[in-house]
Design a protein around this ligand. Structure first.
Ligand code: SAH
Length: 263
């Protein structure tokens, strides 16, 4: 079916997240007649269809699961992925620092699994547009599927199977967002494509890439001095008398480098 259906009981064709007693999550698409197999017995999809969001369902052997409409984080983190994604902790700040606004024209590269594409499309809204460059045909296709499964068809989303290092076709673009290995090769193209005051944002795992990007942006002469930061998300364990940070955390994803086009 595809597309968010945020109210009412679960319907056939919708995605659902099942949460087991240990908090483990499973993403599935509701299909009449199909069972969801667990080692504690099956749950029938038909037992979920018709129930409200947040309800309980039981396996044949009496284990209780909670059912929810997937939030964005639950959807993205439970997909079977082949490419690296931008993690949810970074997506929020990317939307703010790239200042993605309703009606904006945004170019992004690459698509990968389309995690960022979903949030860019939501932020530009139906009055904006997103043009996503992806060099690999298989990722263009899987990214498109991930996006439409969550948002439904998006007529304002165009995926181009293209190497963005060779150029950007669009002009008067408001924002360029890059998640690929050598964004410095896109700096001259972004300088041509961006409208004055437009924003160029890159997401880079290594400090050496950050340095190369900052040097290139500064040499180009068409951008403000880049702002560079990383986002640290430290979860806490709050149970009984134990109120403290969790012992293990995901300590690094990537740095964010942002600057603005000047005339
Ligand atoms: N932002 C994505 C993940 C992107 S992974 C997400 O949130 O899911 C990086 C992607 O960039 C890969 O799919 C890779 O194929 C693509 N890529 C790498 N170099 C590219 C280039 N020169 N032009 C377009 N896409 C490129």
């Amino acid at each position: 079916m595809g597309g968010r259906n945020p109210t009412g009981p679960f319907r056939a064709g919708e995605d659902v997240i099942l949460v087991d007693p240990k908090g483990e999550e499973h993403l599935l698409t509701l299909t009449p007649g199909k069972p969801f197999g667990t080692h504690k017995g099956n749950i029938l999809h038909d037992d979920i269809i018709g129930k409200p969001d947040g309800s309980r369902v039981w396996t044949a052997r009496g284990t209780v699961y909670r059912i929810f409409r997937p939030s964005f984080n639950q959807y993205i983190l439970n997909l079977k992925r082949h490419a690296q994604i931008i993690y949810p902790k970074d997506i929020g700040p990317i939307l703010l620092w790239a200042d993605i606004f309703p009606g904006a024209a945004v170019v992004e590269a690459g698509v990968g699994w389309g995690a960022l594409s979903i949030k860019l499309l939501e932020a530009v809204g139906p009055g904006g547009r997103l043009i996503s460059y992806e060099v690999r045909e298989d990722f263009a296709e899987s990214g498109r599927k991930t996006v439409t499964r969550f948002l439904g068809e998006c007529p304002n989303h165009e995926i181009k199977v293209r190497d963005i290092y060779e150029g950007i076709d669009e002009k008067e673009v408001d924002r360029v967002v890059l998640d690929l290995p050598e964004p410095w090769r896109v700096v001259p193209h972004a300088a041509q494509a961006l409208t004055p005051g437009g924003i160029l944002l890159s997401y880079l795992p290594s400090t050496l890439q950050v340095k190369q990007m900052v040097d290139r942006v500064e040499e180009q002469g068409s951008f403000t001095e880049p702002e560079v930061f990383e986002v640290i998300h430290r979860p806490w364990h709050v149970k009984g008398q134990s109120v403290r940070p969790v012992q293990w955390m995901f300590s690094h994803s990537a740095f964010i480098v942002v600057s603005r086009k000047i005339t």
